[in-house]
Ligand binder design. Structure first.
Ligand SMILES: [Zn+2]
Length: 468
């Protein structure tokens, strides 16, 4: 049997011996406790944790670390498992730089891939060793290709679990243009933003297509602001404004029936894939929760007062909420403030959380903004948020069915280890101070400085000079 080895991706490197990472303060997500004087043994050949031990059990003078050859001393730092961003779009950059429609419609595929390559580095160096990427946004299956490039050691990046294209019903999630009068191909053509699927048979086929194309997670739009063409956006210039639009110009409305949502979940489960449902409205989220999705993304509003029923269904069906507060932060205050209160009530009501910012609508590398909002605006406990950002993220990726374990310290888990300069219980900006990053036993950042980002080939031993 061939055991996958991180070393095989880097043929220039000699085989590496097991080593130990020494810590003086380490967060254990399973116990939700900060522990003192723990050491972690890592096998870089398998990229896995071999075991952990408390130096207090071994040595009376545990503060002193005996570092062996190849060992890593993270004492004085605050050590966490690598973080999981449960909702990213690696092919997007900040909407403040260019809005989503323009990025999808106007940026070249090459530019978007180069940007995504940089985004992967930025996320990794920010302590994110895993991302669940929920749609390329009009770039087909490029996220699956990007994942494979990282897994082949071609470029550094987080472990990716990708959706490829999201499922959307006809006329829901798409790039819309008003220039449709000139038919016969003369109207503006735009790339598709989703895999369009309707009806129970149609969505089953779409899930099968996604699985066949390499998806790790199925994402669908349970609702969307799909009535935009009734009162299209105002455009600059005289006569560009829509006169007398209704109060709710383009609310999120249900885009799939209950039967279709159930079929998506059933079909994904046949292949062991988790399902992520986009829901702007709480009443949509309730349908998705009842259908048994793995995660619900967003839930910005509760127009129809469905919150209690929703939280009951989420708790009963063990549905994880990824509220994407970091993107909601840019909504109008009258929308963002009540949403935060709803998330807080969900937290108090025992709803399970994972942390994902919808990262990409704001820039990659700033992924921890989601955690900061949870800790400091919603006053969720630091321990609960860090647990949601690690074990919660692993569960959002499908748990054991994703093929890996990561996010806590058990033997056999991926050796994903990060260290902060300061303690997040004391310093509200601690998550911005990532000093050290290891993924799969390989160090990418040490003492705050990037390591090994570019692999330079070495000259062959015998370069054939004699024969010239
Ligand atoms: Zn998103």
């Amino acid at each position: 049997m061939c055991i996958p080895s991180s070393v095989s991706s880097f043929p220039n490197r000699p085989p590496r011996k097991s080593f130990t990472v020494h810590t003086s303060l380490l967060f254990d997500p399973q116990q939700k406790l900060f522990l003192k004087n723990i050491s972690i043994q890592v096998n870089p050949e398998t990229g896995a944790i071999v075991g952990t031990f408390s130096r207090d059990d071994h040595d009376h003078d545990s503060a002193k670390v005996k570092t062996g050859e190849g060992d890593i001393d993270l004492t004085g730092k605050v050590v966490l498992p690598g973080l999981v961003d449960a909702h990213t779009h690696l092919f997007l950059h900040s909407y403040n730089e260019r809005n989503g429609t323009q990025q999808m419609r106007d940026e070249s595929a090459v530019e978007r891939v180069v940007r995504a390559t940089n985004h992967c580095r930025a996320a990794l160096l920010a302590g994110y060793t895993t991302c669940r990427d929920l749609g390329t946004e009009a770039l087909g299956n490029a996220d699956a290709n990007l994942r494979d490039c990282i897994n082949r050691g071609l470029t550094p990046g987080p472990r990716l679990f990708v959706a490829t294209e999201a499922l959307a019903s006809s006329g829901s999630y798409e790039l819309r243009v008003e220039n449709k009068l000139a038919g016969n191909g003369l109207g503006l053509s735009v790339p598709r933003a989703a895999d369009v699927a309707d009806g129970v048979d149609g969505v089953r086929a779409a899930v099968r297509r996604r699985i066949g194309e390499g998806a790790d997670v199925i994402k669908f739009y349970a609702d969307y602001r799909r009535k935009t063409m009734r009162f299209p956006p105002d455009v600059p210039g005289p006569d560009g404004k829509i006169l007398f639009p209704p109060q709710r110009r383009n609310p999120a409305t249900l885009a799939y029936s209950k039967e279709e949502m159930r079929a998506i979940v059933q079909e994904a489960k046949l292949a062991g894939l988790p399902v992520a449902a986009h829901a702007g409205e709480a009443h949509t989220a309730l349908w998705a929760a009842e259908a048994g999705v793995t995660t619900i993304e967003h839930i910005f509003e509760d127009t129809y007062s469905q919150e209690t029923a929703l939280f009951d269904a989420m708790v009963a069906n063990k549905v994880i909420w990824v509220p994407t507060l970091a993107t909601a932060e840019s909504l109008p205050a009258e929308m963002y403030a009540p949403m935060k209160l709803m998330v807080r009530r969900g937290y108090e009501g025992g709803v399970r959380f994972a942390t994902g910012g919808d990262t990409g609508t704001f820039n990659h590398g700033l992924n921890a903004r989601e955690l900061e909002i949870m800790m400091h605006q919603l006053e969720m406990s630091v321990e609960d948020v860090l647990e949601a950002a690690t074990i919660g993220g692993w569960e959002a990726c499908g748990g054991d069915s994703c093929g890996f374990r990561f996010g806590w310290w058990s033997r056999g888990n991926r050796a994903d280890i990060i260290a902060l300069d300061t303690d997040p219980r004391i310093d509200p900006k601690a998550l911005r101070k990532v000093n050290f990053v290891m993924k799969d036993g390989q160090v990418w950042k040490q003492d705050g400085i990037t390591v090994d980002m570019i692999q330079v080939p070495s000259w062959p031993e015998n370069d054939g000079e004699e024969s010239v």
